[in-house]
Design a protein around this ligand. Structure first.
Ligand code: IDP
Ligand code: MG
Length: 150
């Protein structure tokens, strides 16, 4: 049980479908703290770095084309066990199989177009936050925190 910061990104399909507000609201209501937020059109260079672990996969070139096709919304969320908590809110990769109540389970029908990314471990969170938020994150005190954790 430790405080973590995780990298979460609404992908171009989520932006195009008008799901940014819905997605941010779910993270906010859960009790996670927003410490970074911006909209960018990813360069091919940053997309390739972000998805480097998948570079040998057959879907890699399509994935890079998709992620660079338009604006994404980059977010950093902080909280106890934030990485796993965010992955649970997001749901499993394929929207058709993701559990109802999760973002992918409630809004998605595809494995590639699955609307949202979340870091999968502390090393990847650190790498992805450094990649997308090289300018740094915001430090602020969340007043409601004393009502979120006992
Ligand atoms: P994750 O986002 O749930 O961690 P990963 O397996 O790490 O899923 O895959 C990264 C991203 O690559 C997925 O979110 C999805 O957009 C895309 N992807 C994964 N598997 C496939 C596939 O079989 N076909 C097309 N795209 C895929
Ligand atoms: Mg992954």
């Amino acid at each position: 049980m430790s405080n973590e910061v995780t990298y979460v990104m609404v992908k171009p399909d989520g932006v195009q479908r008008g799901l940014v507000g819905e997605i941010i609201q779910r993270f906010e209501r859960k009790g996670l703290q927003l410490v970074g937020l911006k909209q960018v059109v990813p360069s091919e260079e940053i997309a390739r770095k972000h998805y480097a672990v998948h570079s040998e996969r057959p879907f890699f070139s399509g994935l890079i084309k998709f992620i660079t096709s338009g604006p994404v919304v980059c977010m950093a969320w902080s909280g106890i066990d934030a990485i796993g908590v965010a992955r649970n809110l997001i749901g499993s990769t394929n929207g058709r199989e993701a559990a109802p109540g999760t973002i992918r389970g409630d809004f998605g029908m595809d494995i590639g177009y699955n609307m949202i990314h979340g870091s999968d471990a502390s090393e990847t969170a650190e790498f992805e936050l450094g990649l997308w938020f090289s300018e740094g994150l915001n430090e602020w005190t969340q007043d409601s925190i004393s009502w979120i954790y006992e």
